[in-house]
Design a protein around this ligand. Sequence first.
Ligand code: CAA
Length: 403
Amino acid sequence: MKIGIDKISFFVPKYYLTLEDLAVARQIDPMKYTRGLMQEKMAITPLNQDTISMAANAALNILTNEDIEKIDLVMFATETSVDHSKAAATNLISILGLKNQTRVIELKQACYAATAALNFAKGHILQNPDSKVLVVASDIARYGLKTDGEATQGAGSVAMIVSKDPKITVINQHAGFYSDDLYDFFRPSHMDYALVEGHYSNEMYKKFFNESYNDFLNKSNQTLDDLKAVTFHIPYVKIGLKTLSFLTNPDERLDLFENFKDATIYNKQIGNIYTGSLYLSLISLLEQGNLKDNEQIGLYSYGSGAIGEFFSMTTVEGYKHHLNKVHHEKMLNDRVNLSIDEYENIFNSIIKNDFIFDDEPHEEIILKQIKNYKRYYEKKNTWKCSFFILLWKRLKNLKNRVK
Ligand code: CAA
């Protein structure tokens, strides 16, 4: 049975900061960020978006009633969860109107969890061929103001529907793994930001790539010639390019370098989105690149702590007709460029409780309120409805007072 990605989409919040502005504010040569890291912009979340609302916005874009009828497993991959106990996937049941007869779970292993989720989804479809699985990867990557990692922040979500006879890619059988116990990047439970050994984490990323890639080649009996593109977990674009350069060079495989460029167009404009980064890169490759039908893509997933997995997918006939390129490009182009002061103000006003959002929302789904640490979400149309109800009540009160 062929199992894989039937639909895929991403969501990015409405604000961004250019890395040039960040560099100037931090008295750093902008070339360090734009050439040294190969990043242009980083996405900033407004106060009314969190990992849950972003994931819901990404999923809303691809879900139909028929999907909702068939989805019986939702896996939410994140490393910036809003609750230590309640799985964010439970919130999606109400926000997206999913069936109650659905298994829900949140998964964590740094930036890797969505890859595990795809594999679990494959197993689920093998046992239940007519069902569908919703996998979401959603994170807000924050290192803190004026830290070394600041230029590699970002935010966003990817949503994927996994099914049999998928319309976009088939997930192939073989996967290579490498895992070990280390502290390159981690976030103890009481801390708001991750602790990171930046250069050590880069070394581990590359080491785990080599190990898992070789394990994949051994298991699959394939060579680099079988792959038409290689995509990577992209904390910043340069690390992916450097890792690809270990495999080959543009004189031998120009196609891999051209495909890498297409595969990082979106990541360059958004920054690191942790669990979703690899899949954002996959979307960029599929939408912006020229891969033909039935071509094999290698994918490197890395989760600090750490695990590396190298696996592959093959494009499905006609896959280009099932993407969301126009919507994604519009979402990126419609964003608002923040000044450094606006960015720092948002950063310093993150609210954990007693929050109510009153302005007209820009996104389809927003975090409306946090009360007694419980989070309440609202859809745009419902918001308009409640606005008119409120207005009507206020007018009625006024009329009564005049009487
Ligand atoms: N013009 C052009 N290039 C310049 C430059 C200039 N003026 N100044 C510096 N550069 C280059 C450097 O030569 C370097 O490039 P190379 O690596 O090719 O030599 C690049 O810019 C970055 O410079 P530094 O290494 O000096 O930068 P840094 O020490 O300030 O930090 C970082 C870079 C370690 C990535 C840091 O941003 C960081 O800690 N980020 C968070 C951790 C991270 O992303 N790790 C990645 C692997 S772990 C992972 O993948 C999990 C995850 O998602 C976090």
